[in-house]
Design a protein around this ligand. Structure first.
Ligand code: TYD
Length: 139
């Protein structure tokens, strides 16, 4: 499986009518995990880079519910980036994937759905340590 197949784009049900739009994301139905935590990132400057970590256990789905941002994704070998610019579109990120979020528009609200409660111990914030944990010392 390629990295892009491991981190698929997900399209959510979008119930639009003359009253406006309504997007639904149900845990374990639209996304592969039960949602334990929700947080959102807004007010980040265009030149700010967030994330810059991998998570040993957490799975995430990221959705720009307003505005847009980019997500750079790597496993230490493959890499790609995706632009999140639609409220009905998300990207699934499994455990042990390095991610950076950047190029935030002024109106960006980046919704993050997580499979776990917050635990700083499961974060890897040093890229070299991440690559070693992912691929072993030889990498
Ligand atoms: P951080 O992980 O640096 O955010 P990002 O990866 O999105 O750039 O988190 C910023 C701060 O918020 C840090 O002090 C930890 C805290 N935090 C929580 O307490 N709970 C959470 O669920 C998250 C994501 C962060």
């Amino acid at each position: 499986m390629t990295l892009e197949q491991k981190c698929p784009i997900i399209h959510f049900a979008d119930f639009g009518d003359e009253r406006g739009k309504l997007v639904v994301i149900e845990g374990e139905i639209a996304i592969p995990f039960a949602i334990q935590r929700v947080f959102y990132i807004y007010g980040s400057d265009a030149n700010m880079v967030r994330g810059q970590h991998a998570n040993r256990k957490s799975e995430f789905v990221l959705v720009n519910v307003s505005g847009k941002s980019k997500v750079y994704i790597t496993d230490g070998k493959e890499k790609f980036f995706v632009e999140l610019d639609k409220p009905m579109m998300g990207i699934y990120i499994p455990p042990m994937i390095w991610k950076d979020m950047y190029d935030f528009s002024e109106d960006s609200v980046l919704l993050c759905l997580a499979s776990t409660h917050y635990d700083e111990k499961e974060y890897i914030r040093d890229y070299d340590i991440y690559v070693k944990e992912m691929w072993g010392e030889k990498c």
